[in-house]
Design a protein around this ligand. Structure first.
Ligand SMILES: *Cc1c(COP(=O)(O)O)cnc(C)c1O
Length: 418
């Protein structure tokens, strides 16, 4: 199995290990498999999630230098539960927030961290992971890479630009994880990371952002897993509604469908950042600046994984046949959190609320699975006033946000990171 770049015309091929260790293709494109493999004929859910993950991912690592270690990596990375909440009439919610930082990004970040550690133990190299974050990514990456051998992490976050709980999650680690509070914006943080990568003097740098293949592949797994459970339960193929920003999570769903998982349709729920719904309406793709919303992990105006969806659905017609998307504003996010709580006592985060709104408005009478991307306790300042109640904090999250914070304050010169 080989991977190519979304931009590469001459078809240079890379193994999965090469693609994951590089992050971005040399021509600036994103790595995609030459063809999406089918699920192995031996695929079974009977041996638990980590083993199922191994079987689902195996075809992507056929002939790869890390093939023999894949099961071990899956066992270490996927050490927390995946749960499906049954809301009645086949309207379920796939809860992806039982990992260490209470958001779905734990799946990708942990797989990537254990994968890289496994590889670097063999080559003996050391790498420094640079991440700029405006929220959930930095916490998931910091937690996943903490104590991984041959790796250290530098997390950059904008001063005043992340929530109190997010900040505490970013700054509670010691040892190989260092955090920097940048006196600037998120864009400044991203620019510092870019500048550091461009500096020929700096060696051994890598990124762990959501375009890395090693973060994407584990996001295929839970769609395959959930769709088989759904089919066994309701004798129906799954319709997933995915809260989307950079569309990495939903790309995982499209790859799962292409592998042959019983998936009927995938809908992308977005917040007030309307780039994708506007494209579906007009046929013209216009990336733009992002605007700030209550579902802040989805505040994306130029979704980075669109390049992967465009290489899966090559024409506008094909894209339209396969992808639907609706935008949800802040008022509707609040109302949906409240309605769901009033009706059933179930509490959802602002991102999940976008998908739940779309289910209620556009999928009446069609059973669907809403993907819950974060635990509501991560966004308590939005959720608690709406439902009039405190949300109990998961134990791992509580542990992180009550530890001592340590971080370095810096300006916007990337040289201060080293
Ligand atoms: C990152 C994130 C999203 C958006 O996921 P993409 O893969 O960027 O589309 C949605 N919800 C939460 C809670 C997130 O952290």
């Amino acid at each position: 199995m080989y991977f190519v770049s979304t931009r590469d015309e001459n078809g240079k091929r890379f193994t999965a290990t090469e693609a994951i260790m590089k992050g971005l293709a040399p021509d600036g494109g994103l790595f995609i498999p030459e063809r999406i493999p089918s699920l192995p004929p031996t695929f079974t859910m009977e041996n638990g999630y980590a083993y199922a993950a191994y079987e689902i991912l195996k075809p992507y690592f056929e002939g790869d230098e890390s093939y023999d270690d894949l099961y071990d990596i899956c066992l270490k990375a996927f050490s927390f539960p995946v749960s499906i909440h049954q809301g009645g009439d086949g309207n379920d919610t796939l809860e992806l927030y039982y990992g260490p930082t209470s958001a779905f990004k734990d799946f990708g970040a942990r797989f990537l961290a254990f994968f890289m550690e496994n590889r670097l133990r063999k080559t003996g190299e050391d790498l420094t992971v640079l991440v700029a974050t405006s929220g959930d990514t930095g916490g998931a990456v910091a937690s996943a890479f903490h104590e991984r051998e041959h790796l250290c992490v530098k997390v950059l976050f904008p001063k005043g630009g992340v929530s109190e709980r997010q900040m505490r999650q970013l700054t509670c680690f010691d040892g190989n994880v260092e955090s920097f509070e940048v006196d600037g914006t998120f864009d400044d943080c991203q620019k510092m990371v870019k500048d550091a990568f461009m500096d020929p003097e700096l060696k051994g740098l890598t990124s762990a952002n959501s375009i890395n293949l090693g973060r994407l592949l584990p996001q295929v797994v839970y769609y395959v897993w959930a769709s088989f459970i759904y089919e066994a339960r309701y004798h129906k193929k799954a319709v997933f509604i995915v809260p989307s920003g950079n569309v990495g999570n939903s790309t995982g769903a499209f790859w799962a469908k292409a592998m042959g998982a019983p998936i009927e349709h995938i809908e992308l729920a977005v917040n007030a950042n309307r780039t994708i719904p506007d494209y579906l309406e007009s046929g013209e793709y216009k990336p733009r600046k992002s605007c700030h919303t209550l579902a802040n992990a989805m505040d994306v105006g130029a979704p980075s994984n669109m390049e992967r969806l465009f290489s899966l659905f090559k024409t506008y017609e094909e894209f339209k046949e396969n992808v639907t998307s609706h935008s949800v504003d802040d008022l509707k996010i609040r109302l949906t959190i409240k309605d769901v709580y009033d009706e059933s006592g179930y509490v959802i985060c602002p991102h999940t609320a976008c998908a739940e709104y779309v289910r209620r408005k556009y999928y009446k009478g069609v059973p669907t699975i809403v993907v819950a991307t974060a635990h509501p306790a991560k966004f308590e300042s939005i959720v608690e006033p709406v439902i009039g109640k405190t949300v109990p904090i998961p134990e791992t999250l509580y542990d992180m946000i009550t530890r001592d914070c340590s971080y370095t304050e810096i300006g916007t010169d990337y040289k201060d990171l080293f």
